[in-house]
Design a protein around this ligand. Structure first.
Ligand code: CMX
Length: 443
């Protein structure tokens, strides 16, 4: 058993026993009430599932096991000479609830490097797809093709004790996380670099190796990739990709099936695909205005035009957050710290201008609950700055990072013995009857 798994096993047993006791003793305790609006409008604010890895506060943003984004950027171990955290560290933190040491992240990185070999048939399957296939579709197809490797599915077929589910889910999750960078890089090089593939370098950390296999060798892109992979990992359990992975996993579908389902959700423009949409939106804005830096008034007019056409302004708004997303702020800080001192970048500057202009316009609509930017608002322009201009690929990077959070959660789901998820539903007729009965009782 690897050391991370040993530490997890030691932790999971007592937590599972505590949760069982909690359900037994306090199972009837009411956590809240919900409204007709919540039932119709995406269950916002309804507490309906337990997620151990992170918690989102509407005002303050995400905390991973209690640590905010600025705290994890400061406290998590860094690569030698590096200034941004290693994603290995946030996975360790989410899984165990403890900050890792430098040695812990090194061990985890080596563990993933040992598991990183992608079976050949996965590449064969990808090679059969038309090159025009969207990178997110290719990503999901590759994850599904890797499902042949599922240790959970194989063990379940033979017959396993419930208490051992987490062990196989752990193995599948670790293998998946280890292999995703190679798969993502293969899709990128196949689609955009004439299939000129780059072998992994097992001496590099997980995120730097991803940058290397994508074809970006400079230190700056590796630093960006470490931060990018760290800040996109998790956003508590209710977002589409996390919730879908959890839901599908609750049917004891193996981690490949569950994660692929989650990635189909991430590929939606209201969720992860927004990072691609933001870049397209900014480029269209620039093109329409003849290139260069637009004025604030021009940006204002462009936002109003977007709204008047019944479209969303991508990168703005959030289902839970009610302030600027700290993941946006971290990326803004990255721009101001590492890029701007070498010379301002036009697209990054446009993002800063939109940040100034958009919120009052969105607020003035009177219906948008959060007029502030989310994570997707800034990520594309940073990647573009370092030469990754293929914006259809951006959501795949989001997906590679998101694997760390949703799979850490899936391991916990099975360790805690969560049952199949099956919320109740109601018809509109049923709602009307309930309202009428309550009003009649009052009269
Ligand atoms: N531009 C235009 N209209 C917006 C808007 C935006 N950025 N954000 C919300 N609205 C609209 C909604 O479409 C809704 O309109 P209708 O009442 O006509 O249907 C209204 O404002 C109320 O929506 P809300 O309660 O404020 O927001 P939701 O919780 O329904 O949706 C989100 C949240 C993120 C889907 C939405 O803000 C949005 O579409 N933003 C743009 C896409 C985006 O950036 N998504 C990425 C989110 C982060 C991620 O998951 O990666």
């Amino acid at each position: 058993m690897d050391s991370l798994k040993e530490k997890f096993a030691a932790k999971a047993g007592p937590v599972a026993a505590e949760v069982k006791q909690l359900i037994k003793e306090k199972g009837d305790f009411k956590l809240g009430e919900y409204t007709v609006a919540q039932v119709y409008q995406g269950m916002k604010g309804m507490v309906g599932l337990v997620t151990e890895t992170s918690k989102l506060d509407p005002e303050e943003g995400i905390r991973f096991r209690g640590y905010s984004i600025p705290e994890i950027r400061e406290k998590l171990p860094k690569a030698p000479g590096g200034t941004e955290p290693l994603p290995e560290g946030i996975f360790y933190l989410m899984l165990l609830g403890e900050l890792p040491t430098q040695e812990d992240v090194l061990n985890l990185g080596n563990n993933w490097a040992r598991r990183a070999i992608v079976p050949k048939h996965v590449f064969d399957v990808l090679d059969k797809l038309p090159a025009s296939t969207h990178p997110m579709t290719q990503f999901v197809v590759a994850i599904m093709a890797m499902q042949t490797e599922s240790l959970f599915a194989a063990a379940y077929k033979k017959g396993i004790n419930k208490k051992d589910y987490w062990d196989y889910v752990y193995e599948d999750s670790m293998n998946l996380i280890a292999r995703l960078p190679r798969v993502a890089a293969y899709i990128y090089r196949r689609k955009y670099k004439n299939g000129d593939h780059i072998e992994p370098d097992p001496k590099l950390d997980w995120a730097a190796n991803l940058a290397h296999m994508l074809g970006y060798e400079d230190f700056d892109m590796k630093r960006l990739m470490r931060m990018y992979m760290t800040i996109h990992v998790d956003h508590e359990g209710g977002n589409v990709s996390a919730h879908t992975t959890h839901l599908v996993g609750s049917a004891l579908s193996d981690p490949y099936l569950a994660f692929a389902a989650g990635m189909n959700g991430l590929a939606g423009p209201l969720h992860g695909l927004a990072n691609q949409e933001v870049l397209s939106w900014i480029l269209e804005l620039r093109e329409e205005l003849g290139g260069g830096l637009p004025t604030e008034k021009q940006i204002e007019d462009y936002i109003k035009k977007t709204l008047s056409e019944g479209k969303v302004v991508p990168g703005y708004g959030h289902a839970v957050l009610r302030k600027t997303d700290p993941r946006f702020t971290a990326q803004q800080d990255f721009y101001l710290k590492y890029i701007k001192p070498q010379g301002a970048d036009d697209l990054c500057e446009i993002v800063q201008m939109v940040y100034k202009v958009a919120p009052p316009i969105l607020e003035a609509t009177g219906k948008i609950k959060n007029p502030w930017p989310n994570v997707d608002s800034h990520s594309g322009v940073l990647l573009t700055h370092y030469g990754m201009v293929e914006h259809e690929f951006y959501t795949v990077l989001f997906g590679v990072s998101r694997a760390l959070g949703v799979l850490a959660s899936l391991i916990w789901d099975r360790a805690l013995g969560h049952p199949i998820e099956r919320p109740g539903s109601i018809t509109t007729e049923g709602i009307k009857k309930k309202i009428a009965a309550a009003e009649a009782a009052k009269a």
